[in-house]
Write a protein that binds this ligand. Structure first.
Ligand code: SAH
Length: 346
């Protein structure tokens, strides 16, 4: 049920301080509540034990904490865990915990559904319902950290914005969530361990550079030939490779940080020599590395992963041109938790 009371996590620290002053209390109570909300991740006012009973009742009277609920949790044989997360208005998003030998990564969603139309992605079939609030992104991270402690006995180490949605189409809330996750008054996680993945929205990439963000940027490229990219990612008509390239040059000039290009090789789509050559050319504009992602099949899709020879050709050409390349194996496929498979199937 949607409460009439205001969600306390929509308030800034200043506003919390002001609330207490208006109540005839001391401003520093606002700091205490802020710490409970963003550093300790409190789910209830009851849990805020350094506040008096009366103060807690006062908070209860004015506010709610719209915390997410993990609706269903699925475990893969490889240790990957997928959460279907229920938001306060009943909508569902998914987030994934991916353990490897060295790290534990949270893959989080930034929107309910997606407004982009990548032909190979299951999320694209759900229309965009709404943006996630900063607290809803923060909660996914905390839920995964807790699951990592519970099931794998180790803390979360990395975060990738590679779940549902296009993070740069929810710019303000995504950046605010990262602020809460990284700040000293929040979860104190290093921004170097956070990667935002975008399908490539040039204007917003420039804005990231202007805002001097400290996290990493990954771009879902999939083709460096304009016509091919438009076929598989139709929105690319509006966000052309020329504009994308220019925005990435701008990003690098300001941040001096390498870009990661995510790239799936599909049979008869981008598995020819000219596709490889175009990628190599594109990679020379800005210091980068290439992450070749295994294709994860989606229901009713007509895409097919390319032959291993085609993938090897990519690797050879990239390496010959001194462009670092890695091949990413999919995780959690048996529970539809791999890249592009998040579609609320349950
Ligand atoms: N909108 C953002 C983040 C979500 S998608 C973006 O586009 O980057 C996260 C990654 O999964 C992207 O690189 C995307 O291209 C890739 N992806 C989508 N569908 C996929 C599929 N079926 N198999 C493999 N990767 C896929």
């Amino acid at each position: 049920m949607i409460s009439e009371k205001k969600d306390i996590r929509a308030l800034s620290k200043e506003q919390l301080r002001d609330f207490f002053v208006a109540m005839g209390d001391q401003a520093f109570r606002g700091n205490q509540v802020y710490e409970w909300l963003w550093s300790k991740g409190a789910h209830s006012f009851e849990a805020m034990t350094n506040l008096s009973k009366q103060t807690r009742a006062q908070l209860e009277e004015h506010f709610v904490i719209n915390h997410i609920q993990v609706d269903t949790l699925q475990k893969s044989i490889d240790g990957t865990i997928k959460n279907a997360v229920r938001l306060h208005d009943g909508l569902i998003v998914e987030s994934v915990l991916i353990p490897t030998s060295k790290r534990t990564t949270a893959c989080v969603s930034s929107q309910v559904g997606c407004s982009l139309d990548c032909k190979f992605c299951a999320t694209a079939r759900l229309k965009r319902m709404r943006n996630l609030n900063p607290d809803e992104i923060y909660d996914q991270v905390l839920a995964i950290h807790n699951e990592s402690m519970l099931y794998h006995n180790r803390p979360l180490t990395n975060i990738v914005f590679m779940g549902m949605g296009e993070p740069l189409m929810n710019y303000k809330n995504v950046l605010e969530s990262i602020e809460k996750i990284t700040s000293d008054e929040g979860l104190t996680m290093s921004p170097k361990r956070i990667t935002l993945s975008t399908s490539g929205v040039p204007k917003m990439i420039k804005k990231l550079a202007d805002d001097e963000v400290k996290f990493n940027l990954a771009v879902s490229l999939h083709s460096a030939i304009q016509e091919t990219r438009e076929q598989i990612m139709p929105f690319a008509k509006n966000f052309t490779l020329t504009d994308l390239r220019e925005s990435l040059e701008y990003w690098y000039s300001k941040t001096k940080r390498k870009i990661t290009y995510e790239y799936v090789v599909w049979k008869d789509v981008n598995d020819k020599k000219e596709d490889v050559e175009a990628l190599v050319r594109f990679c020379k504009y800005v210091p980068c590395k290439v992450n070749l992602i295994e294709y994860n099949t989606i229901d009713g899709g007509d895409f097919q992963q390319a032959d291993s020879e085609a993938i090897d050709t990519y690797i050879q050409h990239l390496e010959k041109n001194k462009i670092p390349v890695t091949v990413r194996r999919s995780r959690g496929k048996d529970i539809d938790a791999a890249c592009g498979q998040l579609a609320n199937k349950h």
